[in-house]
Design a protein around this ligand. Structure first.
Ligand code: EPZ
Length: 417
């Protein structure tokens, strides 16, 4: 069942709960490698990528268990095989996040290079550069990064560009290094802050997470901890954009409103009424959305992981929107598919000029990556008739129970063969 059929044309109404954040859960699971004591996690989403990470860690000797009440316990008392195979790494780039922790804890690591990806080349040179600055020896052999270090030592690392997993990898490595590390031009994403919170609970000494300067005082060892993974701000933004495009009134619970200011501002600009009550967000829109232009950039600016969803919104908005992608060089694959639904989109370099149309028509489309598929689902919710999105396994990587949640909001969606 790898297709999703969406019958469009209904406003969204109702309430759903947001899951834990994929992009926080993945690095936090890798943090377990830094300690011989168990890490107990709550609010870990049930996602394909989370299962892949559990499998990857399991291959190293880490015991990963999810109890019926949803708690995930990771026990890395014994790491027998500090390596990440190409078979798993090629299915999930975030696997590179084991490199820093393995080097710091075991003094060695053999991790497959991730290779290219649908949205861009996505090299890991900044991860390697930072670890080398901390004294690691890293060579590329047969597609693998072969890394070793007797003990990493603190360093001042100025990253050439803002990288989220690069910051996370180096922050984890520095937690067990000798001396102090200063990460400059660091990523400020909320997921970086959530990881730092978990590491601090394990005994790490970290200051400045959330700013572009993070200072880490290495310690000889880390303990166990309990941590609740933050809510998924991209899942939150996706449902809000869906409601803004389809019309209606929804409530999202269990969110972190402060982590998606840029998205909420743009939705207000489109004409949505947004109210925040603690960790709940209400969105209501009674008219056709207005066209809003967005430009992706590192946090706290507008998230690249919300770009496709806002392109779908722009397809039916009143007016013309400019969607500019500055982070990934090939993140407009969904534009071609949206044109199949009758969207008016012109690509000019890293900008898409989207002229809103009165209505889209349902059609068969192909998902190319996680967020592109979310954009196609939103367009399908608005289009007349049926839209069938193929290769929805992309969605399962990052959205927990998407059909169930959309159905709870009154949408007509079903998985078909
Ligand atoms: C993280 O990817 C997220 N993934 C991505 O979410 C997200 O799109 C991205 O950050 C940007 O916000 C996870 O957290 C697991 P980057 P990451 O390193 O860390 C270049 C989703 O949909 N770069 O911040 O891999 C890179 O090519 C996913 O959930 C280098 O050149 O992204 C890109 O152009 C998709 N060298 C830019 O930096 C490096 O060593 C930013 O990438 C590292 C990155």
């Amino acid at each position: 069942m790898d297709k999703l059929k969406i019958t469009g044309g209904r406003p969204l109404r109702g309430e759903v709960r947001i899951s834990g954040a994929k992009n926080a859960a993945l690095p936090i699971m890798c943090a377990a490698l830094l300690s011989a004591k168990p890490l107990r996690l709550r609010n870990v989403p049930l996602l394909r990528d989370v299962s892949t990470m559990a499998k990857l860690l399991g291959e190293m000797g880490v015991r990963v268990e999810r109890s019926p009440d949803g708690e995930v316990v990771l026990d890395a008392a014994r790491i027998v095989h500090p390596a990440a195979s190409y078979e798993l790494v090629k299915t999930m780039r975030a696997s590179v996040l084991v490199l820093g922790p393995l080097l710091a804890r075991c003094g060695e690591a053999k991790v497959s290079l991730p290779g290219g990806c649908a949205i861009g080349a996505r090299p890991v040179d900044q991860h390697v550069k930072g670890l080398q600055a901390m004294g690691a020896t890293i060579s590329i052999e047969h597609g693998y990064m072969q890394a070793s270090a007797r003990r990493l030592r603190g360093a001042r690392i100025v990253m050439d560009l803002v990288t989220v997993t690069g910051t996370e990898n180096l922050m984890m490595a520095a937690a067990l290094a000798e001396g102090e590390t200063l990460l400059e031009n660091a990523a400020r994403e909320p997921e970086v802050v959530d990881l730092a919170r978990c590491l601090s609970a394990m005994g790490a000494k970290i200051e400045g997470a959330g700013s572009d300067k993070i200072r880490i005082q290495g310690v000889p060892s880390l303990g166990g901890a309990e941590h609740r993974v933050m809510p998924d701000r991209i899942e939150t933004g996706t449902y809000l954009a869906a409601a803004a495009a389809a019309g209606g009134k929804i409530r999202l619970t269990g969110t972190a409103p402060e982590s998606l200011d840029a998205t909420l501002d743009k939705l207000r600009e489109a004409g949505a009424r947004i109210e925040i009550h603690g960790s709940s967000i209400d969105l209501e829109i009674a008219r056709r959305p207005g066209a809003v232009s967005v430009r992706t950039a590192p946090y706290p600016a507008f998230a690249t992981d919300m770009q496709a969803q806002f392109m779908a919104l722009a397809c039916v908005a009143d007016g013309t929107a400019l969607i500019t992608e500055t982070i990934f060089e090939n993140r407009f694959m969904h534009a071609i598919e949206l044109q199949r639904l009758g969207a008016d989109i012109r690509l000019e370099g890293n900008t898409a000029v989207v002229k809103g149309v009165e209505r889209l028509q349902g059609a068969a489309v192909m998902a190319t990556d996680l967020r592109a598929s979310a954009g196609l689902v939103i367009a399908g919710l608005v289009a007349e008739g049926d839209t069938v999105v193929d290769r929805i396994y992309h969605l399962d990587r990052g959205y927990e129970g998407l059909e169930k949640k959309l159905s709870a909001l009154g949408a007509r969606v079903e998985r078909i063969g």
